[in-house]
Each structure stands twice: as C-alpha cells, then as structure tokens.
Design a protein around this ligand. Sequence first.
Ligand SMILES: [Zn+2]
Length: 92
Amino acid sequence: MKFPKEIRRNCPWCKHHTIHSVALYKRGKERAGSWGARRQAGRKRGYGGQKFPELIRTAKTTKKATLRLKCKECNREMMTYGIRLRKAEIAA
Ligand SMILES: [Zn+2]
C-alpha cells in the first residue's frame, strides 16, 4: 500500500487539524548489553546451547506497518496503530 507524503489530521497538541508529514516507523537497533541479551548469553554459555525452540516458520505472512506522523506546526511526532500489509511505501 502506498501512503501519501502528507496527511491532514488532528494534532492533539495544536488541538485542530494540521498537515502532518508521513514516514514509516523502523525498529531501532537492539542494545548488546540489555538485560534480555545478557540473560540469553548466559543461557547459551557452556554445554547445552539453546534453551527454547527457535521460531522457524512464523504463522503470519505480513508485518505490521506503523506510520510516524510529524505535525508541521508544532513539530511533534506521533505514531499510528500498526496495520498488517504485505508492502508499505511512501508515495514519491
Ligand atoms: Zn501540532
């Protein structure tokens, strides 16, 4: 699905409809020193290896696309609820 570059919608900070620029949300890089990563490293250390089955085939065939909307008046950003799509792109 193609999304327009700009959307007019309500801004909760300006409290009226304003023009928002649209961008696709991308997940950030995971920290190597986070508690989950350290716990998993501890589990995998020594003999024994992986402690729970690795996900090989996922049930879902699509990924959720989340939009980042930036208000052009107050420059605040908000995100929309993720919708399932095969392909999401911003119209050029
Ligand atoms: Zn605003």
